[in-house]
Design a protein around this ligand. Structure first.
Ligand SMILES: [Zn+2]
Ligand SMILES: [Zn+2]
Length: 304
């Protein structure tokens, strides 16, 4: 299993001299399982464009599976520029959590509406399929390839994915707030709750269930790619934005037995030098644990 990082940034693409090393494209991670296996892609941020160019050079028939965590721009904005959509040798299956009244096909079609993009669905020559799953569902996407899911704590609800293949496993968990102060679901909370106040017992219990499910999903995974957009101070200021700090990600690793944490969904304003400091602080924090920490960098890969 090989994890390839095509886009590692949160919120908005930030190309330029300050993001050369970590990368400026938004979320897109490929899981490569072998030359004849299906191609798994997590999120369709702007990083998916270059991945599409690499794939469209291939002339064999490609079985591509795109798993969308949620439809915020930074997770779908590269989709219109994904070349395999325009190739007849490609089958593409989109996955997302079932959201009542909001079909996945509508989300995908909306990014290529004429007012936003000149080409239309009629130009897509790939065979397209949509799969909407229920919360916490697991399914197979090919012989011996298992995908499991769990809900995250994020406005409009994002979900995490786990892939198991030939005794190797990875979890992709972005975007999420820790499960401590507030439940984020269908309605955006416009004002930050006071994190120093005690949490309503009922809410606390629901958050514990969500966290427990995520810990189970991550159990003993080889790699956990996790939202670490915030520092602890930034989280305390904006707990309602739906993002975590490295300390939250590390706690999930320790509880679930994950050995390698990959920091992901880097804040758009964070320069390479500031990223180096955030990573060094996280490595220091993890020094008393068995967890290895690295940060996702565009163009880099991890072989399991
Ligand atoms: Zn995001
Ligand atoms: Zn989001």
């Amino acid at each position: 299993m090989k994890l390839v990082f095509w886009g590692v940034r949160g919120s908005i693409p930030v190309p330029g001299p300050h993001t050369v090393r970590y990368g400026g494209n938004t979320s897109c991670v490929q899981v490569e399982l072998g030359p004849s296996e299906p191609i798994l892609i997590f999120d369709a941020g702007t990083g998916i464009r270059e991945l599409g160019q690499a794939l469209s050079a291939r002339t064999d028939s490609l079985d591509i599976h795109i798993f969308i965590t949620h439809a915020h721009w930074d997770h779908i904005q590269g989709l219109p520029f994904f070349d395999p959509l325009f190739k007849s040798n490609c089958s593409i299956t989109f996955y997302s959590l079932k959201r009542r009244g909001h079909a996945l096909s509508d989300v995908v079609n909306s990014v290529i509406e004429t007012r936003y993009f000149p080409l239309s669905r009629a130009d897509w020559e790939a065979r397209i399929r949509f799969v909407e799953f229920e919360n916490e569902e697991s399914f197979s996407v090919g012989s011996g390839i298992s995908v499991s899911t769990s809900r995250l704590n994020h406005p409009w609800i994002a979900n995490a994915y786990r892939v198991d293949y030939q005794n190797k496993s990875m979890v992709y968990a972005t975007d999420t707030a820790p499960f401590e102060h507030v439940i984020l679901d269908w309605d955006f909370i416009s004002r930050a709750p006071d994190v120093s106040q005690p949490v309503d017992p009922q809410i606390k219990e629901q958050l514990q269930v969500m966290r427990h499910n995520l810990i189970s999903l991550c159990k003993d995974a080889d790699v956990l790619i996790y939202d670490t957009m915030f520092t602890d101070e930034q989280y305390a200021r904006n707990p309602h934005w739906g993002h975590s700090a490295p300390s939250h990600a590390l706690a999930v690793c320790e509880e679930s037995g994950v050995r390698h944490l990959v920091m992901f969904h880097h804040a758009p304003e964070r320069s390479d030098e500031e990223m180096d400091i955030l990573v060094a602080d996280a490595v220091e924090l993890a020094s008393k644990t068995n967890v290895k920490i690295s940060a996702a960098q565009e163009g880099h890969s991890i072989l399991l």
